[in-house]
Design a protein around this ligand. Structure first.
Ligand SMILES: NC(=O)c1ccc[n+]([C@@H]2O[C@H](COP(=O)([O-])OP(=O)(O)OC[C@H]3O[C@@H](n4cnc5c(N)ncnc54)[C@H](OP(=O)(O)O)[C@@H]3O)[C@@H](O)[C@H]2O)c1
Length: 294
């Protein structure tokens, strides 16, 4: 499908790569952000895009954002209630959006406790075609949440025990979202999107050591040790609890399923952990500031 695609969460981990991938494809890109002026300077790929104000919590911004839009990349920001996100999807459908690609999480169809479960149901119930992108754990979490441990302590410090995770690179998710929204054949489908391998954090640390050429260890902290360090760093309790939940899933061996969906959609092997660390290596070095790889 060509036409105009509206990207929500466009300044976020995945959305910025959706904007970049759409820029290389036929059709127009509209970027819906809370602060259009700030996005123009922080989002290099938005240069050729139509940047408009959009806020899930301000319904008055919805109509102009979806006017004339054919495809929608829908993200639930972690701080926004599922009701607002689902209500926006329904409004987009009423406004004539033909296809909604929703960034969900692996297992959302079975887990009634996660907001994604409720949003998926309401997206599927619209008249718009849907594609559910059920993503595994992003490699970029290691940069955005855990970089300080790597840089200051030469450690990967997460309470995941010896469990494996089928890490996926957000850059691949961006490309996948662009493909499903601009090529036919992905309507009314759900994909389980993982990277090419499942690694435990001993193996992750070993990849980091190889690529960064210094020893990075995985001390296998308990949930309490992890929580205490994050608290000392000033991380909010709610976010710590959320992370403990996610890492407990890995610890229990429930996060390691690898699927072929990413490879089938991309037409190539998805990026592995080595490619991720290699691309972001400078940011894991002590004298670097966090920047974003495009
Ligand atoms: N992290 C993982 O491993 C993982 C795995 C699977 C699924 N997921 C899901 O992925 C989603 C998050 O995606 P992400 O990590 O790419 O996003 P993110 O980096 O957390 O960024 C959130 C985005 O939402 C925007 N935003 C925040 N509040 C908003 C509002 N009221 N209205 C409109 N936009 C708003 C932010 O824009 P500004 O702040 O610039 O306005 C930003 O672009 C979550 O639903 C999460 O459950 C995450």
């Amino acid at each position: 499908m060509t036409g105009t695609v509206l990207v929500t969460g466009a300044t976020g981990t995945v959305g910025r790569h959706v904007v970049g991938a759409l820029a290389d494809r036929p059709g127009d890109v509209r970027v819906g952000v809370r602060d259009p002026e700030a996005a123009q300077s922080t989002l290099p790929d938005a240069a050729d895009a139509d940047v408009v104000e959009f806020d899930f919590e301000k319904p008055e911004t919805w109509g102009p954002a979806v006017a004339g839009v054919d495809g929608l990349f829908l993200v639930r920001p972690p701080t926004v209630g599922d009701g607002d996100v689902a209500a926006f999807a329904e409004a987009a459908d009423r406004a004539g959006v033909a296809h909604i690609a929703y960034l969900s999480t692996l297992g959302a169809e079975k887990n009634v406790l996660v907001p994604h479960h409720r949003i998926e149901k309401r997206v599927v119930a619209t008249d718009a075609a849907h594609t559910l992108l059920r993503a595994s754990f992003f490699m970029q979490n290691l940069l955005e949440v855990h970089r300080t441990d790597v840089v200051e302590h030469d450690e990967i410090f997460v309470p995941a025990g010896d469990g494996k995770t089928s890490f996926v690179d957000a850059r691949d998710l961006g490309e996948i979202a662009a493909i499903v929204l601009t090529e036919s054949g992905h309507e009314n489908r759900a994909y389980d999107l993982t990277g090419p391998e499942a690694l435990d954090y001993h193996e992750v640390a070993s990849v980091f050591s190889d690529v960064l050429e210094r020893s990075i260890t995985y001390p296998r902290p308990s949930v309490l040790e992890f929580g205490a360090r994050m608290r000392r760093r000033g991380t909010g309790l709610g976010f710590i609890v959320l992370m403990c939940g996610i890492y407990t899933t890995a610890r229990l061996g429930l996060a390691g399923r690898v699927t072929g969906d990413s490879q089938r959609i991309l037409g190539r092997r998805p990026r592995d952990m080595r490619a991720f660390v290699d691309a972001y290596a400078d940011e894991f070095r002590a004298d670097s500031e966090t920047t974003t790889v495009s």
